[in-house]
Design a protein around this ligand. Structure first.
Ligand code: GUN
Length: 717
């Protein structure tokens, strides 16, 4: 069945990369081209213009392939291809209506030593044959070269960049990143190449690294490159096409892949699978369902002639490749790409080693630039069933957020001479409040300066935030639960800035009466008189304590979820009133004058602001409007993050429309995806409020798509 040709993107969108969804650095994007809008992450199958095992037209019609890559050097070299390509264009030459990227001959230079074509000549040729994205002639960095050779290759590639961009004219161009195995050279290459007007940045020189299964080095250099590359350009992994590598590559920011693996492996009688490669010779049954192999047995395929066998296996490999990519895209939408990468890390020892090393590096804080930009909130369970799972950026980001924004609540809260005391509850089932609320309230009655915390498999969480994601939705196994281990608890206290504080550990007991006994024992140890201990029997005391714990919970949610100053918030929250639901949970929060400012969110334990609430938090700002200067001060956060928009956009935002990239003047550096922000004009007046979809760098770099999902527009006073 033939599929219609793609529609060209709007002229003004040509070359734009729009990010639709994110899960940390993983992103679902739309790359706008003249031959269709490409949904990423995706793979561009490699087509050899001389040998078409599966024709490009077949790929378009039957496999949903939106784009492919072919080699302009091969076309240039063979007259029978060059002449028709120049006359009718590359799309007609290979009979493919979708997006076509071409490579430049660099890889041939790597395999055969040299190519006869000039660096500008090959780019001009690609422009003339009408490709969508051309590639400059970069210098391939092999892993066995010396650091000096890598450096020379990086510099030579950059030297060719300017002339290549000129030769490409309006054709989009790939700017490959080289640098071999050297992190500082990869960093340098990323920095200098991103200064040029390239449309896409492929990471080059990685084929031999992947072939040698040096995945530790591979993923580390990917992280280095992606820390530097601009977020408004797709990142392409040159020659990466094994489905096993997709989830982790995508989690680390890959948008495009290209590979001939589907056909090369087929020629060798091998089947790709997300769990590794399987050889036809060893199969009695297919390990994975495909349309291509449906109704045929491995034995029947073995008996086919070579061409037929290659074709049928290539078709199966293509199906498997695209199925895994679809799985990855769905995982980005579901917020589970890291979980999938973790699962896949078990498929191969080298990959597993790379995974373990990466988790160590995440734990050490080396890649906090990446962990920080991950939205930590999930609407459902977060699987954490390996020792290293807690270091995964999707879980670590929640910690980093607590570490940065949660504060031990104002010390002046109760002037009773008792020093602050961290009381850590261990082994508490979820939902924590259902098992612990009475005990916590009793604790607060006898020791008002206690800071109750819950030890979870993902670290310590203040009880005031016991229902926040992911801590409240962890799916873990008992074996991994270190939550009762005192070293673990001590480390957790340090993370939360409570290192100087005394602490008590209370193990949860199933019966409330047993919990009471433990509490009584603690009271004796802390020399709290029985009269005080028994005070909790009084209903008035119970009500008072409950109000205090509720206030602390709202204070903590407001500071952690809106990044506001906790002292300023506390001053007002002390006089706030709450409306409760029938099940006894807080529904609405009202200031002293009755203004409804916010409501807790049950899905992820967050808090949703009302317009009045956003205005209230915005009015607490004491710093000047965000500017480039503030942008550089990662630690100077204070207050709900502000997004300053252009005047043209104001009427739309006031009506409640979303904020689009391209209309943003500046932004506070501490803005994070999934968190509340206010939308203001250039004079600082509030126009609306919403939930940010990205971090500050993306906010300003991207030029298409939604930057802030507006929750409410605010009309002019
Ligand atoms: N194909 C695979 N690796 C590379 C590379 O480093 N550069 C180019 N241009 N093409 C490649």
């Amino acid at each position: 069945m033939s599929k219609p040709d793609p529609e060209a993107c709007r002229e003004q969108d040509h070359g734009k990369f729009e990010v639709i969804r994110r899960d940390g650095w993983a992103r679902i994007g739309k790359f706008h081209t003249q031959h269709g809008i490409i949904d990423t992450p995706t793979l561009l199958p490699v087509i050899n213009p001389n040998i078409k095992t599966i024709t490009p037209r077949d790929m378009w019609d039957n496999y949903g392939v939106q784009g492919l890559i072919t080699n302009s050097y091969i076309i240039w070299k063979h007259e029978k291809l060059r002449i028709p390509a120049l006359e009718n264009g590359v799309h007609e030459l290979i009979d493919f209506p979708g997006f076509i990227m071409t490579d430049s001959g660099t890889f041939q230079a790597y395999v055969y030593g040299d190519v006869e074509v000039g660096a500008e000549e090959i780019v001009e040729f690609q422009r003339k044959i009408g490709v969508d994205v051309a590639t400059m002639l970069d210098v391939f960095t092999r892993p066995d070269m010396s650091v000096r050779e890598w450096d020379e290759a990086v510099l030579e590639t950059e030297k060719r960049a300017g002339p290549a961009i000129k030769a490409a004219g309006s054709t989009m161009l790939n700017g490959p990143i080289q640098g071999g195995l050297d992190s500082s050279l990869r960093k340098k290459s990323s920095q200098i190449m991103s200064k040029h007007a390239f449309a896409v940045h492929p990471i080059g020189g990685i084929v031999p690294i992947m072939e040698q299964q040096r995945y530790r080095e591979f993923f580390e250099l990917i992280l280095t490159c992606n820390s530097e590359l601009p977020s408004d350009r797709p990142v392409h992994f040159f020659g990466c096409g094994h489905p096993m590598l997709f989830p982790l590559s995508i989690a680390l920011g890959a948008d495009l892949f290209d590979s001939a693996a589907y056909v090369l492996f087929a020629r060798d009688g091998r089947l790709l699978s997300p769990e590794g490669t399987v050889h036809l010779d060893k199969l009695d049954e297919w390990p994975i369902h495909t349309i291509a192999l449906y109704g045929i047995t491995p034995d029947e395929v073995r008996k086919m002639d070579k061409n037929d066998r290659t074709e049928i296996l290539a078709r199966a490999n293509l199906e498997i490749t695209f199925a895994e990519l679809a799985k990855c895209r769905q995982a980005i939408r579901d917020g589970t790409i890291w979980r999938l990468a973790e699962q896949r890390s078990h498929c191969n020892p080298e990959l597993r080693e790379a995974w373990i090393e990466l988790q160590k590096q995440f734990h050490s804080g080396k890649w906090d630039n990446m962990c920080r930009v991950q939205n930590p909130h999930r609407k459902s369970g977060v699987r954490c069933i390996e020792e290293s799972s807690v270091n995964r950026p999707d879980i670590r980001s929640a910690h980093l957020n607590l570490q940065k924004y949660w504060r031990e609540y104002p010390p002046s809260r109760e002037d009773n001479g008792l020093p602050p005391l961290a009381v850590v509850f261990t082994g508490v089932p979820q939902p924590h409040r259902a098992y612990l609320s009475r005990t916590i309230n009793h604790l607060m009655a006898i020791y008002p300066n206690a800071i109750p915390l819950i030890s979870t498999a993902a670290g310590l969480v203040p009880y005031s935030l016991e229902d926040i994601s992911p801590f409240a939705h962890l799916e873990t196994i008992a074996d991994l639960d270190r939550s009762g281990d005192s070293d673990y608890i001590r480390a957790g206290l340090v993370d939360l800035g409570l290192n100087e504080m005394n602490f008590e550990i209370l193990g949860w007991q199933e019966k409330y009466a047993q919990m009471e006994k433990i509490l009584a024992a603690m009271a004796i140890k802390l020399k709290i008189g029985e009269d005080k201990y028994l005070l909790y029997q009084n209903q008035e005391v119970k009500d008072k304590v409950r109000t205090i714990t509720d206030r602390i919970s709202i204070l903590d949610k407001l500071t952690v979820f809106t990044h506001s100053d906790y002292k300023l918030v506390w001053d007002e929250i002390q006089n706030a009133t709450f409306l409760y639901s029938r099940t006894g949970r807080i529904k609405n929060i009202h200031l002293k004058d009755g203004t409804h400012i916010a409501s807790p969110r049950l899905t992820d334990g967050g808090i949703s602001l009302t317009e009045k609430g956003a205005e209230w938090l915005h009015s607490m700002h004491t710093t000047t409007l965000p500017s480039d200067e503030i942008y550089n001060h990662e630690n100077s956060y204070i207050g709900i993050p502000r997004v300053v928009i252009e005047d043209d956009a104001i009427p739309f935002i006031r009506k409640g429309r979303n904020v689009f990239h391209g209309f943003i003047i500046s932004v506070d550096s501490w803005i994070r995806p999934g968190f509340a922000c206010v939308i203001i004009d250039s004079k600082g007046e509030i126009i609306g409020h919403g939930i940010s979809r990205c971090e500050a760098k993306d906010m300003l770099a991207l030029s298409k798509g939604i930057a802030v999902r507006t929750r409410g527009g605010i009309t002019q006073k």
